[in-house]
Design a protein around this ligand. Structure first.
Ligand SMILES: C[S@@+](CC[C@H](N)C(=O)[O-])C[C@H]1O[C@@H](n2cnc3c(N)ncnc32)[C@H](O)[C@@H]1O
Length: 395
């Protein structure tokens, strides 16, 4: 074995030792290889009386965490799947390895004293500053920059939007689906049903901090909301890039837009936001729906065996939620969006914690579109419902 391979073997052996591993990161891509994940992060965590290996995998759009027994972990298999870089911090050393373009491993080992932290619930890295002027001005934080207890839930929702959006934007730029933004040509974003504009301001500033100049417009039907938010934008000196319009989404003028957001836009306002996104060819759409009343009003009590379910108001409501978002997601697929419905934040932060995540891919060819429309109609017809988004899109 070459010296480099020996050293990599040592680094990998640390990742299987619960007493020595502090953290490890596998990242990058070796030439002509295609590992399943962009990044894999390992660390030991104490769960009950056992120390487990926590594995966080990041792929294009998903971050997934699992905790397994150390004995189950196969580091060689992971490493040989094609990563180019490895960082292993053990309790007594830090090892970095990378493959050169010629395929040679370069490994450095430095003595270190890295303390283990086995806490399971490590606070997730904060993405948004609470001590910024915006957080204080909008009432998310108190004057000393501490997050207000009453705003924790909203803050968590906004932060998860940021966490989900960032890799999507970077990937879209990397694939030239969205232009590289500049001050002269910023990203364009619309936040539908913006209310107090926590999301609007937070994402504008967050993306800017990430080197992504952007112009964001908050839409709300309420004029008082526009006046308050516009006033905040003036006081924060952001009026050039953060603006507000008092208008119903369904009446809003068309404007090609890169990103469309909607956080808890009420009932069918989410449908209107999705329709607007489709009409304006938004590349990325993140919509966390709020109350779903439209379909519940339409759902018939006579639906064969399902009558047993819809006879219970709470079950009918839950089923109505599922049905509404399944049909919305399918309509987005029909319109050429790669779409899934994810839990964007824990339900301790809001019971309305589903998000429709849609990325404009390619418009479907005629036959695929017809197939997807048929799937949509089958479900809608079974329930004898006509979702507003479908009506709007003429599907
Ligand atoms: C539950 S609040 C959410 C506010 C904000 N996005 C947040 O999460 O803090 C919903 C907002 O959507 C607005 N809204 C509801 N229907 C709308 C429509 N059709 N067009 C524009 N705004 C609408 C309401 O005025 C309200 O401010």
């Amino acid at each position: 074995m070459s010296e480099g391979a020996d050293r990599i073997a040592l680094a990998l052996s640390i990742t299987t030792n619960p007493h020595r591993l502090v953290r490890a990161i596998f990242s990058g891509r070796r030439r002509n290889m295609n590992p399943e994940f962009e990044k894999v992060h390992l660390r030991p965590v104490q769960i009950g009386s056992e120390v487990k290996l926590q594995i966080v995998t990041t792929s294009e759009e998903k971050v997934r965490t699992t905790n397994i027994d150390f004995a189950e972990f196969e580091p060689e298999k992971l490493w040989h799947s094609g990563f180019a870089n490895l960082l292993v911090e053990g309790t007594t050393e830090s090892i970095t390895a990378r493959f050169t373009k010629k395929g040679e491993p370069l490994v450095s080992i430095k003595p270190a004293r890295n303390p283990q932290n086995l806490a399971h619930d490590q606070t997730r890295a904060r993405l948004l500053n609470t001590d910024s002027e915006f957080a204080v001005r909008l009432g998310l934080a108190d004057k000393s920059g501490r997050l207000k207890p009453s705003m924790r839930k909203k803050f968590a929702q906004v932060e998860e939007f940021a966490r989900i959006l960032l890799p999507l934007v970077k990937t879209a730029i990397g694939r030239q689906k969205i232009h590289t933004p500049s001050l002269a040509r910023p990203l364009t974003i619309v936040d539908h049903g913006c209310g107090n504009a926590y999301l609007t301001f937070a994402l504008h500033l967050f993306l800017l901090e990430q080197g992504l100049p952007n112009r964001i417009v908050g839409i709300d039907k309420r004029e008082d909301s526009r006046l308050r938010n516009q006033d905040a934008a003036e006081k924060l000196n952001l009026t050039e890039n953060v603006t507000f319009i008092a208008e119903r989404i369904q009446n809003l003028a068309q404007a090609p837009t890169d990103i469309v957001l909607a956080l808890h836009a009420c009932d069918t306002a989410t449908d209107d936001a999705l329709a607007w996104a489709v009409q304006n060819s938004a590349r990325i759409v993140l919509a966390a729906p709020c109350c779903h009343q439209d379909l519940q009003r339409q759902m018939s009590p006579e639906v064969g065996p399902w009558s047993l379910v819809v006879a219970n108001p709470i079950l009918k409501q839950r089923l109505g939620d599922i049905l509404t978002d399944s049909l919305r997601a399918q309509l987005m697929r029909v319109c050429g969006y790669r779409t899934d419905v994810i839990e964007f934040v824990g339900d301790e932060h809001t019971p309305r914690n589903a998000m429709i995540r849609a990325i404009l891919d390619e418009r479907l060819d005629h036959s695929r579109r017809t197939t997807e429309i048929l799937k949509y109609r089958e479900l809608a017809d079974f329930w004898k419902v006509r979702p507003r988004l479908g009506e709007f899109l003429g599907i």
